[in-house]
Write a protein that binds this ligand. Sequence first.
Ligand code: ATP
Ligand code: MG
Length: 692
Amino acid sequence: TLNHLRHVESLATLPSGAGRIPKLNAVILGESLASEEDDLVFPSDDFSRRAHIPSPQKYLEMYRRSIEDPAGFWSDIASQFYWKKRWGQPVYSENLDIRKGRIEIEWFKGGISNICYNCLDRNIELGNGEKIALFWEGNEPGTDGSLTYNQLLQRVCQLANYLKDVGVQKGDAVVIYLPMLMELPIAMLACARIGAVHSVVFAGFSAESLAQRIMDCKPKVVITCNAVRRGSKIIHLKDIVDAALAESAQNGFSVDVCLTYENHSALEKSKTKWQEGRDTWWQDVITKFPTTCDVEWVDAEDPLFLLYTSGSTGKPKGVLHTTGGYMVYTAATFKYAFDYKPSDVYWCTADCGWITGHSYVTYGPLLNAATVVVFEGAPNYPDSGRCWDIVDKYKVSIFYTAPTLVRSLMREGDEYVTRYSRKSLRVLGSVGEPINPSAWRWFFNLVGDSRCPISDTWWQTETGGFMITPLPGAWPQKPGSATFPFFGVQPVIVNEKGVEIEGECSGYLCVKSSWPGAFRTLYGDHERYETTYFSAFPGYYFSGDGCSRDKDGYYWLTGRVDDVINVSGHRIGTAEVESALVSHPQCAEAAVVGVEHEVKGQGIYAFVTLVEGVQYSEDLRKNLVSTVRKQIGAFAAPEKIHWAPGLPKTRSGKIMRRILRKIASRQLDELGDTSTLADPTVVDELIALADS
Ligand code: ATP
Ligand code: MG
């Protein structure tokens, strides 16, 4: 069963980090060719020495135990939390094999606890009451706020008392449709405190998407705010909620209570439309409730929340997470993958409307008593230096973001970054898509001054927490590789027949056994859970992503397997070709898809966005094609380069290749569900440019 360990054992033969500080500043963007995946980037000696996991050897020792004795390994971590009653035996039980019957995963069953208590009350008892829990930075520079752990607990209790007062009970759903105000994590924690199941809907979704989700989980209460400013735009959230509630009511489900926070910097109370009897102003009622509230003690396997996936590949799936395993897993992954220390100030740019905002804005950091920055605004407002302004203002030491943001800032030029000190930064992080090596280098060299390791964390809404991720300080990194599995995670690469393949290889990324943070079902549709994730390769959880493992055992995510392109028998992952294109100094972003080709079966069709100020030309086209030829090979050369001023992205910033495929093959009447697109107008723009 430890066959798998062989893939990470090569780590032990790597030289330790001591004395080997990377000189990557010398690497000029775009000049690093195919050999770049062999470059190792070492953490500094000083960083490693102070890290929780200072060496490959230490990782291997802990990893081995986590695989040989998962019950013991995770029980030790779980014991750091408060449990009203300790879990029973066995510590976990699982069936991931569809041939053996119903898919089931349970961790710490019988254990009685509460995640809100462990985030707040417990940390206050440990002496963190006066520590800042949340720094809040508003959309407009100069508007800000903060809450200590004591204050946060009081706010959470007031809201929890209100929710109980209007009839919310353990197991009831509450929909939260809020922007990044402190009230968003407060609302999540208040639900958790009373055992209610929150379902956060990203406050950028349309009334229709919101209505669908409301009709699906039937909440007792919807929590929202009247409006929000993002950049220079005002979004009237309450109007969207009104429309969604009307639609839901027409379909037979009425929400009785709509609690509305007055975000007066965006819109005055008097200008907000109101439905007497249903709508209540947050500020009018919440302060009347006591600042203490008893905890509802719940079983480790009681549901904590319901959250829909980003919808990159189709209709979003309602992922359900439970309490105990999720708590233990998000806390441990946060601590180790970011090498978190109590003196850190942590900022994750994700919205709480996504899993990243659940596990790594709210629960993971607060379980560790971290100080978290919550940012309401847009990263390019008032200009593209805003992130680094915020980093300097709060002395952010851990900065976690998405490749889409890195690429868009890279496109704007270096001055926006170098204008700020960024001295406080210690660790950087990336999530959401594969990070192209050239974007990785820019992030590392420029943003982090070649000083901060990058945790490129591969995981999913379904996995609850990090699955494959660097542990900064433990081993050298390779730009663009998510490196090695987290403790307790057994990734396997299988071929089309579902047979596990060894050593250096590429194929379908699966996981062999359960981990505490795994999702337990798709809400209301266990059958879809089983068919989507456990049927393709019986015996495994199938992620839907392609992956390769190199000679040193490093894992490289190659993109969604549905997006793999087959050119004359060569299977090509989207990430590889896109990274080659983005390594060209004038290409800011790229998305490739396969189109039918008479001879080759499929040909590569590339959409490219250029760096600010660059004009598209025939010369540039040739240059881009030859960059791919040189880096990957002639077989991967794009047939067509389609200039794209913007790319269709999900609201969480991922490229939606499914739509690009339709544009590439000119099947314009089959674009499918575009409801999760951030900006649907880019689609028309691309269509208009198709034959230019
Ligand atoms: P849907 O499942 O509805 O299509 P989604 O998969 O985009 O939406 P998420 O759960 O938010 O929804 O995203 C998880 C996916 O994001 C992964 O399966 C993977 O494709 C991609 N991903 C996340 N982090 C990384 C990473 N560090 N490297 C490569 N890919 C990543
Ligand atoms: Mg997915």
